[in-house]
Design a protein around this ligand. Structure first.
Ligand SMILES: [Fe+2]
Length: 428
């Protein structure tokens, strides 16, 4: 990957200008600006949201966003309202082998398949997609009015050119693009495979650390924000907007990546999951997966997430007198899992990068028969779980699989068999 400069922090106040003096000093919206730029505020929260969670940035751009042709609805395979509402959801445990998306010749918008979703589009909940593309977006750009978007590539590097600057993502890196930010996604080499999530609720923030203290889990200094980088180009451009579940398109005469300078705390960012400071037991028992929370989208109910983004990174396992894989469990929270790299320790086979599993509210799950056998009889020496990067989107609302996900040839219809070999070991 080429070198890019990034600013570090998490939702900190950043200032960046691609031309010297482009940022006004001492005020946001002066009568006249250097270089004849238009000031424009991008608000990611209500104006009166508490200061801790008030997100906004001031963008100084060549043309204000309002200058565009009329938006017209255009057909899209997945942006059809809420495709996860088309079928009654099932309490069965579900698993998918990696999707075969045939991303050849497709760009980001053409290479999506929606797997599951919940909540109300644009207001609460989330939707999960699998994505494959090998084409750039050329003169087309996109923004979502509905959601903050998370990209999780697991095959090949990708470029995200945004109006606030450029991000490049390698493997085990994620990007979060705030609601409203205009961007385009391009492959940097070969065909990109990725997971993608739309968060309709509160923007992701770092979880509180409680007794862990001031450091640990995802540290703010490891989040990387782009520096201002503008494109002064006129011509024929297309701007796509996902709005209330549907896709719209307008024509532009100017590249929307025309922000010369910006300041504020609302911007796209990336994070290398390998920087996660993993906290775990050094005595006994298997802690709840919340110790692996990278980012959380809270609800008004304290501790109950609209969606948590959780990872299972490389780590030492040292617990004594303990069944070390995840315990058998049934949850209030609903779990959509994927794998970016390596293997996941609760499944002997069948869970691969690009695959997925879904365990919904109160549906029992846990280690398969073989994993249970091995883990309950193996020697408990310290073990380094090395090559792995599983993740989970965990939501307080049931994930409803789409008809495409349920009918997918990649759905493992024998998934429940992995538990049927669990033996009675009860003895009186
Ligand atoms: Fe689980």
């Amino acid at each position: 990957m080429g070198d890019l400069n990034y600013m570090t922090g998490f939702a900190s106040h950043f200032e960046t200008e691609a031309l010297p003096g482009a940022l006004p000093r001492g005020q946001n919206s002066p009568q006249k600006t250097e270089y004849g730029l238009y000031p424009e505020q991008l608000s990611g929260s209500a104006f009166t949201a508490p200061r801790d969670h008030n997100l906004r940035s001031w963008l100084y751009r060549i043309m204000p966003t309002v200058v565009h042709g009329e938006f017209e609805q255009v057909a899209h395979n997945e942006f059809t309202g809420a495709p996860w509402m088309e079928l009654p959801p099932t309490p069965n445990q579900l698993r998918w082998f990696p999707q075969k998306l045939n991303g050849e010749g497709k760009n980001f918008l053409q290479g999506l398949i929606c797997m599951a979703g919940n909540g109300e589009v644009g207001q609460s909940g989330s939707a999960i997609y699998h994505l494959e593309f090998d084409q750039g977006m050329g003169n087309s750009f996109f923004y979502s009015s509905d959601s903050e978007i998370v990209f999780l590539p697991f095959e090949n590097e990708m470029q995200i050119r945004t109006e606030m600057g450029e991000l490049r993502l390698g493997l085990c890196e994620i990007a979060v693009i705030p609601r409203g930010v205009k961007f385009q996604v391009n492959p940097l080499g070969g065909k990109v495979s990725a997971y993608m999530t739309e968060n309709f609720g509160e923007p992701f923030r770092l979880p509180n650390l409680g007794p862990i203290g001031a450091n640990g889990l995802a540290n703010p200094r490891d989040f990387q924000y782009p520096v201002a980088c503008f494109e002064d180009k006129t011509g024929e451009f297309k701007l796509f907007n996902k709005f209330a579940g549907y896709l719209y398109q307008a024509n532009l005469k100017q590249s929307p990546l025309d922000v010369v300078a910006w300041h504020g705390n609302l911007a796209p960012y990336k994070y290398n999951l390998r920087n996660f400071n993993t906290i775990n037991t050094v005595s006994f028992d298997h802690p709840d997966p919340s110790i692996f929370t990278v980012l959380t989208s809270p609800t008004t109910s304290e501790g109950t997430a609209n969606v948590d983004f959780v990872i299972f990174p490389p780590r030492w396992m040292v617990a004594e007198n303990t069944f070390r894989p995840p315990y058998y469990h049934r949850n209030y929270m609903n779990e959509y899992m994927g794998l970016l790299e390596g293997v996941y320790d609760a499944k002997a086979e069948g869970f691969q990068p690009g695959g997925a599993s879904l365990h919904n509210r109160m549906s029992g799950h846990g280690p398969d028969a073989n994993t249970f056998k091995k883990a309950s009889s193996g020697e408990l020496k310290p073990v380094f779980q090395g090559k792995t990067m599983a993740f989970m989107f965990e939501s307080n609302q049931i994930y409803r699989p789409t008809p495409k996900a349920m009918k997918s040839e990649q759905r493992d219809k024998a998934y429940q068999q992995c538990w049927q070999g669990i033996e009675r070991i009860f003895k009186k």
